[in-house]
Write a protein that binds this ligand. Structure first.
Ligand code: KET
Length: 671
C-alpha cells in the first residue's frame, strides 16, 4: 500500500476530525520519528488507533546535525564553490562576517568565486536562503511533507521531507530531502539546485532512515518464554531459600543453598509473609487531636491561675463552674427515689414519650405534620448521634452519590460525621441572599436551625424564606442541626421558627436535636433524630429502617438523660421551671456579650466590636486571626479555637476584663 503524501499539520487535522479511512496511517512527529498506525480490530472510536508493529524511522540523529556540503565547479575564468549549510532543527549559526546565511535560516546556500585553486580569498557572489521562517516573528514552523514509499512490510524505502520557507529574489524556496536507508554509510550523495522550481534537491543516505521493526508480542516464542519463566522460578527459589537459611539458621557459604527443610517450612513462610503484609497494612497512623476537646485537655493541664477556657460550647456559671440545671437536679433526685426505676434496656428507638415530647418541642405541639401522623423519631446519642444516624440513613436511602453542603464555616465535627458514612461534603458560602447560584441540585444541605456555630449569625425570617425558595427550586434535602434551641433568642418556640416554617412549606426534612446544651446534660448523651415526611406510610417505613440501623450501631440508646428530659418535657410545671433555667443561662450569656464589648471599647481596642452583641447563641465569632489566637493561648492562657470562636459561657464577671485586655493586646501587637 502506498501512503498519501500529507503534511504533518494536515495529518493532525484529519486525525482529529476523525476523517481517516480504515487501514493504515502514518505520522512523523517533531522528533523525526515516523510511525505507522493501524486501527485496532473492532475499535469503535478513533482513539483506538494504536501504534501497529511497526516501524520507527529515527530521523532525530540527522536533524540535529549541521551539514556543510561543498560543490566545486570549473566556471572559466573562475571556479565556483557552492556551500550548502543544512540544519533541520535549529537555525544555522551566524558568524560575524556578512558572508553567511541570514538569521532564522535552516537551509542556505553560499556561492563564492575564486580565480584559481591557489586563490586563498574567494569572493561571495550570492547568499541564497532556502528554508526557514525568515519573515515575521522569526519562529520557524516546519512544514513537513511526508511521502514514504513503503507499505507496512517495507519501511526501508525512501522518505521525502520537504522544508518550505525562505525567500530569495522574491521567489519561494524549498529544500527536498530524500532519505534513503543505507546501513553502511551516512552521506549526502546528490546535491543540485533546480532553477525552475527554486528547489534544492538533496539525497541523503543514512542508517537513520532505516525502519526499525518494533516487535510485537509475537517476537518472543513460547519456548523462550517458558525458559525465562523457569529461570525466574529458579532465581526465586535460590534467592528466597538462601535468605530463609540465612535468617533462620544463620547459614553461610554452601549452606545457604535451599534444602528440604525449606519446603517443609514453605507454607509457614508464605503465611508469615502474608501476616507481615496484613500487619503493615493495618498499621494505624496517628490521628491529630480533636480541635475542640484538645483545648479542654490543654486547659485542664494548665496550672496558670487566671487561665480561661473559651473553647468547648458548654455552659458555665459566673464562677466558671459547670451548672447542673436546678430542674435537672430535682428530676434526677425524683428518679433516684423512684422505686419503679430500673436499668433495663430502652426500646431500640428510645423512650417513646421522650421522642414524642422532642417532636413537639421542635415542631410545636399543634404542628399539622404531627396531626397527620407523618413524623417519626429515634432517640440518639445526643446531637452528634442524631447527626450520625441522619447521615447514615441518607447515605443508604437518599443517595450516596450526592454531596452534602455545609455552611462555611460550620461545627468542626460536621465534615467528619458525613465523611464517615461515605458522603462527600462541600461548602456553601454562609448565607448570602444575592448568591443563590450554586449548582447543587438534588443534594443535601445542612442548616443550623438556630444559634449558628461558630458564627453566631442566624438568617432573618426573610432570609430563611429566601433560603427555603432556593432549597425548593433546587430540590435539596434540608438537614437541620438544632443543638442550641433556647440559646439563640432565649425563647424555645422562636428558636424553632425556621424548622416550623420549612415544615409549613411542605418540605420533607430531618432534624437533629441535642439536649446537651439546653438541659446541661452534656455527658448524658440525650438527643433525638426526627424525620418529617410526606405521609404516614413513609414515616412508618423510615421508622423501621431507623430501628434497623440503630440496632446495629448502638442497639438502644442510654436511658438516664432521656428520662430526665422526658419528665421535664411532659410535665407543665417542670417545663416552666426548665424555661426559667434556660432564661437564666441565656441572659448570663447576653450579659457577658455586653460586658466583653464594653471592656473592649473601654480599652480602645482597634476595630468595631458590635458583632459581639449582635451575634446570638453560645458563641461569638470574634474575627481574631490564628496568630492572635496562638498568642492568646500561649501568653495569656486563654483557650479558644483557631478560627477565633469563643464560647461566651466561658466568660464570667471575674475574667471578662482579663480576656478583653488580652484581646486588646493581641489586636494591637499581633498581625
Ligand atoms: N451540632 C452542633 C452545631 C454543635 O455545635 C454540637 C456541639 C453538636 C451538634 C453536638 O453536640 P452533642 O454534645 O453531641 O449533643 N458542639 C460543641 C461541642 C462539640 O464540639 O462536640 C462545640 O462546638 O463546642
Amino acid at each position: 500500500m502506498r501512503l498519501p503524501a500529507i503534511t504533518f499539520e494536515e495529518f493532525l487535522e484529519s486525525f482529529l476530525r476523525e476523517k481517516l479511512a480504515d487501514g493504515m496511517i502514518s505520522t512523523i512527529n517533531v522528533a523525526g520519528e515516523l510511525s505507522f498506525f493501524a486501527k485496532e480490530e473492532n475499535a469503535k472510536r478513533i482513539e483506538k488507533w494504536r501504534l501497529l508493529e511497526i516501524s520507527v524511522i529515527k530521523l532525530f540523529p540527522i536533524q540535529y546535525r549541521l551539514q556543510n556540503i561543498t560543490k566545486e565547479e570549473q566556471t572559466p575564468p573562475t571556479i565556483t564553490i557552492t556551500s550548502s549549510l543544512i540544519n533541520l532543527c535549529e537555525p544555522l549559526p551566524i558568524d560575524k562576517k556578512n558572508e553567511t546565511c541570514p538569521d532564522g535560516t535552516y537551509v542556505c546556500q553560499i556561492i563564492t568565486n575564486k580565480l584559481s585553486k591557489e586563490d586563498k580569498s574567494p569572493r561571495v557572489i550570492t547568499i541564497r536562503p532556502i528554508a526557514g521562517d525568515l519573515n515575521d516573528e522569526g519562529i520557524f514552523k516546519p512544514v513537513i511533507a511526508l511521502e514514504p514509499a513503503s507499505n507496512k512490510d517495507d519501511t526501508s524505502g525512501p522518505l521525502l521531507i520537504t522544508l518550505n520557507g525562505g525567500s530569495y529574489a522574491e521567489q519561494k524556496q524549498q529544500a527536498n530531502f530524500t532519505f534513503i536507508c543505507n546501513t553502511e554509510k551516512d552521506n549526502i550523495t546528490t546535491l543540485e539546485y533546480n532553477n525552475e522550481e527554486n528547489t534544492l534537491i538533496i539525497r541523503w543516505e543514512t542508517p537513520a532512515a532505516c525502519g526499525q521493526k518494533i516487535l510485537e508480542d509475537k517476537g518472543m516464542s513460547g519456548f523462550t518464554k517458558f525458559i525465562i519463566f523457569l529461570i525466574i522460578i529458579a532465581l526465586c527459589y535460590f534467592g528466597f531459600g538462601a535468605a530463609y537459611n540465612y535468617h533462620v539458621y544463620k547459614a553461610h557459604g554452601w549452606d545457604l543453598l535451599p534444602h528440604l527443610d525449606f519446603w517443609r517450612d514453605f507454607p509457614y513462610l508464605i503465611s508469615d509473609v502474608f501476616k507481615y503484609l496484613i500487619n503493615s497494612i493495618r498499621t494505624v497512623p496517628l490521628a491529630p487531636p480533636d480541635v475542640i476537646f484538645n483545648l479542654t485537655a490543654k486547659y485542664k493541664a494548665d496550672t496558670f491561675a487566671q487561665k480561661v477556657n473559651l473553647g468547648v460550647g458548654a455552659y458555665r456559671d459566673d464562677a466558671g463552674k459547670p451548672w447542673v440545671l436546678p430542674v435537672v437536679k430535682k428530676v434526677e433526685q425524683a428518679l433516684v427515689n423512684d422505686p419503679s426505676r430500673d436499668h433495663e434496656y430502652l426500646p431500640i428507638l428510645g423512650l417513646p414519650t421522650f421522642r414524642e415530647a422532642s417532636i413537639r418541642l421542635i415542631l410545636g405541639a399543634d404542628s399539622p405534620a404531627i396531626k397527620e401522623n407523618r413524623v417519626t423519631a429515634a432517640q440518639t446519642i445526643s446531637g452528634t448521634g442524631a447527626n450520625h444516624l441522619g447521615a447514615l440513613f441518607l447515605s443508604r436511602f437518599y443517595s450516596k452519590e450526592v454531596p452534602i453542603y455545609l455552611s462555611n464555616p460550620t461545627w468542626a465535627n460536621h465534615k467528619p460525621i458525613f465523611n464517615n458514612v461515605g458522603l462527600e461534603t462541600r461548602n456553601y458560602a454562609y448565607f448570602n441572599p444575592k448568591d443563590n447560584g450554586l449548582d447543587i441540585d438534588g443534594s443535601i444541605v445542612l442548616l443550623h436551625a438556630c444559634a449558628h456555630n461558630p458564627t453566631g449569625v442566624d438568617p432573618t425570617q426573610d432570609q430563611w424564606k429566601a433560603i427555603a425558595d432556593v432549597i425548593e427550586s433546587k430540590k435539596l434535602f434540608p438537614f437541620f442541626d438544632c443543638a442550641y434551641q433556647g440559646f439563640a433568642s432565649g425563647d424555645l418556640d422562636r428558636d424553632a421558627w425556621a424548622v416550623r416554617y420549612f415544615v409549613e412549606r411542605g418540605f420533607e426534612l430531618l432534624i437533629c436535636q441535642s439536649y446537651a446544651k439546653n438541659f446541661g446534660l452534656y455527658g448524658q448523651r440525650a438527643g433525638c433524630l426526627t424525620f418529617v415526611l410526606k405521609n404516614s406510610d413513609a414515616a412508618a417505613r423510615v421508622s423501621s429502617q431507623l430501628a434497623k440501623l440503630q440496632r446495629s450501631e448502638i442497639s438502644n440508646p442510654p436511658a438516664h438523660g432521656a428520662r430526665i428530659v422526658d419528665r421535664v418535657l411532659n410535665n407543665p410545671e417542670l417545663y416552666a421551671e426548665w424555661v426559667e433555667n434556660l432564661r437564666e443561662m441565656s441572659s448570663r450569656i447576653k450579659n457577658m456579650r455586653d460586658a466583653l464589648r464594653d471592656c473592649l471599647i473601654k480599652s480602645n481596642t482597634p476595630g468595631n466590636w458590635d458583632h459581639i452583641t449582635n451575634q446570638i447563641g453560645m458563641f461569638s465569632f470574634t474575627g481574631l486571626k490564628a496568630p492572635q489566637v496562638a498568642v492568646l493561648k500561649e501568653k495569656f492562657h486563654i483557650y479558644l479555637t483557631d478560627n477565633g470562636r469563643i464560647s461566651m459561657a466561658g466568660l464570667s464577671t471575674s475574667n471578662v476584663e482579663y480576656v478583653a485586655n488580652s484581646i486588646n493586646h493581641v489586636v494591637n501587637n499581633v498581625a
